[in-house]
Design a protein around this ligand. Structure first.
Ligand SMILES: [Zn+2]
Length: 341
C-alpha cells in the first residue's frame, strides 16, 4: 500500500470493533458524538490485539453519514460514505504503510499526506489518515509528518498504529493522544475465538499469551506443521542429535516464525528453571522436553541463548537481511551445546 492509495484502493478490514475493545470503542463514540475528537490518535500495543480492526471501525464511523449521535453504534454500512468505503474508494481517506513488509515509510508518501490535509474534504466531512506501523517512519518522514500533526486544520483525524510506540519519534508521539490497547481477560475474547477456532481456542489463546488475533494466526495449518517440526527438532537435539544435520526439518520455514516460537519456549523454560513449576507454560505439552532441557543447562546460559534469539529477531525486524540458514544453524548449535553441557 502506498500514497497512491489516496484516491482509492483502501480496503478496510472491519466496520465494527472486536468484542474485547468495547470500553475503548465506547470512549471513542462518546468523543466523536460530542465533537471532541482529537486530531491524532495513536493505537498501540503488541501485534495480535486487533489494532487494525479498531482503527478501521473508527475510520468507518467517522466517514459514515448516519451514525453520528448514536452512542456505541458502528458505521451503518448503508449510506453513501459507507458504500464508498466498502468499494475501497473514499476520497477523504488516505492510508500509508511501507511498500513492503519490514521496510521504512519514505518521505514521498508523507508529502502527499501533507498535501491531502491542506485540501478540504471532498465529501464535506472528515479527512482521515491511517498510518502504520508508525515506528516504520524514518527521521525525515517523521519530521515531515510533524508539520501536519501540528497544524492539521479542522476535521482531520490521524490514526497511527504502533506495535512498538517507544520506537516512534517522541515529537510525533507527543502530538498524538495515546490509546494503548491492553491484553484482554480471556473471558472477553474466548467466545469470539471459539467461533474462529472451535475447541482449540483456549489452548491457542494460552500459546499466544492472551493475544486473540495472534491465537487465530497460530491456528492455521502451516503453524501447526511448524510447531510439530520444531518439537521434533528439539526432541532430536535433546537426544544428542547433530544440530546442523537436524536443521533440514525447518527448511523453507520463515525465520521470524521459528524465532518467535524459540523465544516463547525459552522464556517458558527459564521461568520454569527459576520457579520449578510448570503452571505458566504457554504450551503445556512441551513440559517433558523443557524439563529435560532445564536439567541439562544452566539458567544463565539459557538467558544468553534467549538474548541471541531476540537480537536476531530485532535485526530481522529492522530490515537487516541475515542469511536465514546461517542464523538458524548458529542458533541450533548453541541450543545443542547447552543441552549437552
Ligand atoms: Zn454509513
Amino acid at each position: 500500500m502506498s500514497a497512491s492509495d489516496a484516491s482509492g484502493g483502501v480496503t478496510l478490514s472491519s466496520f465494527s470493533p472486536l468484542p474485547w475493545q468495547h470500553s475503548l470503542w465506547q470512549h471513542f463514540t462518546q468523543v466523536h458524538d460530542s465533537g471532541r475528537l482529537p486530531h491524532a490518535v495513536m493505537l498501540s500495543g503488541p501485534a495480535g490485539l486487533g489494532k487494525h480492526e479498531l482503527a478501521d471501525a473508527m475510520i468507518a464511523r467517522v466517514l459514515c453519514r448516519t451514525v453520528l449521535g448514536k452512542p456505541g453504534a458502528a458505521a451503518c454500512g448503508e449510506c453513501h460514505g459507507c458504500h464508498m468505503l466498502a468499494a475501497g474508494h473514499h476520497p477523504d481517506l488516505m492510508a500509508i504503510a511501507p511498500q513492503d513488509v519490514g521496510k521504512m515509510i519514505r518521505i514521498d508518501p508523507i508529502r502527499e499526506v501533507n498535501r491531502f490535509v491542506s485540501q478540504t474534504a471532498q465529501q464535506g466531512g472528515y479527512r482521515v489518515i491511517r498510518l502504520q506501523p508508525a515506528e516504520s517512519m524514518n527521521i525525515a518522514s517523521a519530521n515531515a509528518l510533524l508539520k501536519s500533526l501540528e497544524e492539521p486544520g479542522a476535521k482531520t483525524l490521524f490514526i497511527l498504529l504502533s506495535d512498538m510506540p517507544s520506537r516512534v519519534l517522541p515529537t510525533v508521539r507527543s502530538r498524538c493522544q495515546q490509546w494503548p490497547l491492553v491484553i484482554p481477560q480471556s473471558h472477553e475474547s474466548l467466545p469470539w475465538l471459539q467461533e474462529q477456532l472451535g475447541d482449540d481456542a483456549q489452548a491457542l489463546l494460552r500459546m499466544a499469551g492472551g493475544l486473540p488475533q495472534l491465537a487465530v494466526r497460530l491456528g492455521v495449518s502451516e503453524q501447526r506443521q511448524l510447531r510439530q517440526a520444531l518439537r521434533e527438532l528439539f526432541d532430536a537435539l535433546v537426544r544428542g542429535g547433530e544440530p546442523v544435520a537436524e536443521a533440514w526439518r525447518l527448511e523453507r520455514q520463515p525465520l521470524a516464525q521459528v524465532l518467535w516460537y524459540g523465544i516463547a519456549w525459552l522464556e517458558d523454560l527459564i521461568r520454569m528453571g527459576l520457579s520449578g513449576n510448570a503452571g505458566h507454560l504457554r504450551d503445556p505439552s512441551l513440559e517433558p522436553l523443557l524439563r529435560q532441557a532445564v536439567k541439562n543447562g544452566r539458567t544463565q546460559d539459557w538467558f544468553k541463548l534467549l538474548d541471541f534469539a531476540r537480537e536476531q529477531r530485532r535485526l530481522l525486524a529492522a530490515g537487516g537481511n541475515p542469511n536465514p540458514q546461517l542464523v538458524l544453524e548458529a542458533w541450533l548449535v548453541r541450543w545443542s551445546a547447552l543441552l549437552r553441557s
